[in-house]
Structure formats: C-alpha cells, structure tokens
Design a protein around this ligand. Structure first.
Ligand code: ACO
Length: 428
C-alpha cells in the first residue's frame, strides 16, 4: 500500500497540510495550489528557483549529478547517434520515430520550409548592422500575418511543423542578409542540417555545394544539445505567452527575445568577447577571474554557472571534447580554445567558483566550435535558437494539452506605500 505523502506548514498558530506530488524520477514537490485561495498565503521565490511551474514529461535534468535526458534518453546517446529531425520528433511527440514516421515528418517539414516572397521584402529594410536575433524575432512574429491560425488542434499541429521548417530558412536568411548575399532556396533532397548549411553557404541557387561531413556532424550535435532544457527562461517565456492563448508564432518570437539575453543564450557570443579580451590582455587570466569575483565590477565569467547544474553541465562536457575533435579534423589551431581551457582550469581551482559550484555551461565551448565552422559571432545565438525552437514547441504543445492549464499569473508581495490621498499639484 503506498502511503500518500503530505507536507505541514505551521503559520500564525495554524497548521496547514498540503499534498505532495512525486515525479517519475522521485522529485518531491509541495502542491501549494490551495495555499492562497484556501488559506490566504502566498509564497516568495524571486527567479522561481524553488518553484515548479508545471508538470512535464519532456526533459529531465539532475543538476547535482549532471544528468540531462530528453523523454528518458540520455543526451550523450542522442548526440552520438541521432539526427536532429529524430530528436525533434522525439521531443515533440514522445517517442523516437520509425522510418515511415520520420519520412512523413521530413516531407511535412519540406512542404513548409519556403518563405513567402513578400516576407523576404522585410529583410530589405533592416540595416546591415541589425542583430540577426532581432531580425529573427521580428520575422517569426511576421509569420503569423502570413499564416493566420486558429486554436484548433489541427492548426496547432501544422503551426508546429511550419515554425520548425521556416525557422531554418529564416535563420540562414538572417545570415545572408548580414553578409549582403542573395537568398538560397531550400532543397527537398537535403536533411534539415544539410539544407541549413546549403542556404547559409551555397554561392548561388545554381551553384554546386559540397556538404562537409565534419561540419554537418558538428551542427547536428550542437542543435541536439540545444534542443530542450525544461523550464529555462525562454521556454518559460514561451509557456507564459502561450498561456494567454495567443498564437504560437508570437509565443516563439518572445522565446527568441528571452534567449537573446547575455545571462541566457546570448552568453555564447559574450564568451568569445571575453576570451578575445583575455588574449588582447596578453593572457592575463587572473584579471578576469578577479573581476568576476568582485561583485561591484558587474562582470561575470561568461559561460560559467547555471541555475540547475551544480556539478557539471553534460552539454559542456560533450562540447569540450567535440571542440578538440572538430578543430583537429578541420586543421584549425585556435588559441581561444587554449585560453578557454586555461580559464576553466584556473577557475575550477579557485575557491570562489568551487564553493558556489560554478562550472562551464553549454555556452562556454559552443562559440569556439561555431567560430571553427566560420559562423559569425552575431549568429551564435541564432544557432542556439535553431536548435531550441522544437523544444519550445514541445513545451508549448504540452502546456496546451495540460489538464491543469491556466493563464500564468504569479502573485507578488506588495512593499509600496499603504493607502494615502491625492494632493493637488499646488500643495505638493
Ligand atoms: N561569474 C561569477 N560569479 C558568478 C557567476 C559567474 N558566471 N555565476 C554565478 N555567480 C555567483 C553569483 O554572484 C552568486 O554569488 P553569491 O552567492 O556570493 O551572491 C552565486 O554565484 C550564485 O549566482 P546566482 O546569480 O544566484 O545564480 P543564478 O542561478 O541566479 O544564475 C546564471 C545563473 C544566470 C547562469 C549565472 O551563473 C550567470 O550569470 N552566468 C554567466 C552567464 C551565462 O553563462 N549564462 C548562460 C547560462 S546557460 C544558458 O542559459 C543556456
């Protein structure tokens, strides 16, 4: 007989007994849904570090042990063996596809990956200096004007496929725009990653383009590693916007905006800035370590630390190893890789970082790989987005099917003035 767990809170002479929910990996959560309506109390958790915002069966992370699994499959196995399309399918629908399911899925994506010719005109009016994340966020919102949608389940499913397909094309076009290059049409005979590469680097629509398998494998792994990461800032943003039942294009555009920030996906671009600054300073690591330890400097070691991982980020471990292999295969010697490794070593011997359990995160080594693939720095966070879009859509889809679905609306603890009365302007 299983004993139902409960939690008891003693407050202002009252005892409140609350139910407890246990997840499939044994994670225990106190169900506080009735705390406000039943007893008038609110919880306080800025940044939501101790708050479970939903029940989800997509991604499991154990931050203490450095575990990341999509739908139960270890990230290491997926990164080593699977294609981005397979992991996309798995994340959204819950199971790895068989051959027919994958072929149908790819055919659907192919049917949606072109961009309406009128939409391309938007690109003409952005300045050349426009950050591609701004372009991407704007154009994903613009997609909703070309694809009016309803909240019917059939529409939702098609919108998911449409977004995954079109983000590939829009991401490549954001790059082409920044380089002043003409747009390349998507091609059905190529895989998702190959087609993205073709739209990025093919000289013209009629030109031949040889897919470099080292680059292809590297991009496939990077996209898989970025695909989902449970209730992070951007996924929560997508769920938040989606919770008002607005259309999915605007929810995903908001996810892009959230991911762009330097504390989230924008860190990959900032890591390179930091490594270059260390190089320009003649390898003065200690200066940057000291700055990161000095709270008044406003500087943080970019690509270090994580809300959930308090051991190592398994994605960073995969990428550190991959960076060595990719640079070797491409015959590139990048001094920034050595700088990154030295910086990691020095930080991990420093009590400030050790005691706070700050380790390299996914962004620490990804930039070095993107650089080796000749992807410009402004595009680093776009690459992250390309990988993450299916994850956001899986989260959005799950939230729309959630029996506990409600609009997201946190409470607050008001600390402003108590009631006071209006004073006419000549008396103030
Ligand atoms: N450099 C220096 N100190 C740090 C760093 C860092 N990178 N990260 C955290 N700390 C310190 C904080 O100052 C704090 O110290 P204190 O306890 O003495 O006050 C302690 O470590 C805990 O930090 P928090 O900010 O409370 O941790 P939080 O979970 O809120 O933040 C975050 C996580 C945003 C990732 C943070 O570690 C950070 O800013 N890292 C640098 C940016 C970065 O790499 N972001 C990418 C994250 S991965 C991703 O989003 C894809």
């Amino acid at each position: 007989m299983s004993e139902e767990k409960t939690a008891k809170i003693f407050i202002e002479g009252k005892e409140i007994e609350l139910p407890v929910i246990v997840g499939s990996e044994g994670e225990t959560a106190i169900d506080i849904r009735k705390l406000r309506t039943g007893y008038g109390y609110t919880t306080y958790d800025p940044g939501y570090g101790s708050t479970g915002s939903c029940q989800s069966s997509i991604t499991f992370i154990n931050g203490e042990k450095g575990i990341l699994r999509y739908r139960g499959y270890p990230i290491e196995e997926l990164a080593e063996n699977a294609s981005f399309e397979e992991v996309t399918y798995l994340t959204i629908y819950g199971e790895l596809p068989n051959k027919k399911q994958l072929a149908d899925f790819n055919a659907k994506l192919n049917s949606y990956d072109s961009i309406h010719e009128d939409m391309k005109k938007f690109f003409e009016n952005f300045p050349l200096s426009a950050h591609p994340m701004a372009i991407l966020s704007s154009l994903i919102t613009a997609l909703s004007t070309f694809n009016p949608t309803s909240d019917k389940i059939e529409d939702r499913e098609e919108d998911i496929l449409r977004l995954i397909a079109k983000v590939k094309t829009l991401s490549a076009y954001a790059y082409r725009k920044s380089q002043g290059l003409p747009f390349i049409y998507p091609r059905d005979e190529l895989t998702y990653v190959q087609d993205f590469m073709s739209m990025m680097w093919r000289k013209s629509n009629s030109a031949k383009y040889e897919i470099n398998p080292v680059l292809e494998k590297a991009i496939n792994v990077l996209l898989i590693l970025h695909l989902d990461h449970e209730q992070n800032c951007s996924a929560s943003t997508v769920r938040m916007v989606g919770s008002s039942q607005g259309n999915v294009y605007t929810a995903v555009a908001a996810g892009v905006a959230a991911l762009w920030g330097p504390l989230h996906g924008g860190a990959n671009q900032k890591v390179l800035d930091m490594l270059k600054a260390i190089q320009d300073d003649g390898g003065d690591y200690q200066k940057y370590i000291d700055m990161a330890k000095d709270k008044s400097s406003g500087f943080r070691l970019m690509g270090f630390g994580h809300r959930v991982y308090k051991n190592f980020d398994p994605r960073a471990t995969i990428l550190k190893k991959a960076a060595d292999g990719i640079l070797k295969e491409l015959n590139i010697q990048d001094p920034l890789l050595d700088i990154a490794k030295n910086l990691e070593k020095i930080a991990l011997e420093d009590d400030f970082f050790v005691s706070r359990k700050l380790f390299p995160n996914v962004d620490f080594y990804s930039g070095i790989i993107y650089r080796a693939l000749q992807i410009p720095e402004e595009m680093f966070t776009v690459m992250f987005t390309l990988g993450r879009v299916p994850g956001w859509l899986a989260q959005w889809r799950e939230s729309r099917e959630d029996p506990h679905f409600r609009i997201h609306r946190p409470r607050q603890i008001y600390t402003g003035p108590t009631e006071r009365h209006f004073v006419a302007i000549d008396k103030r």
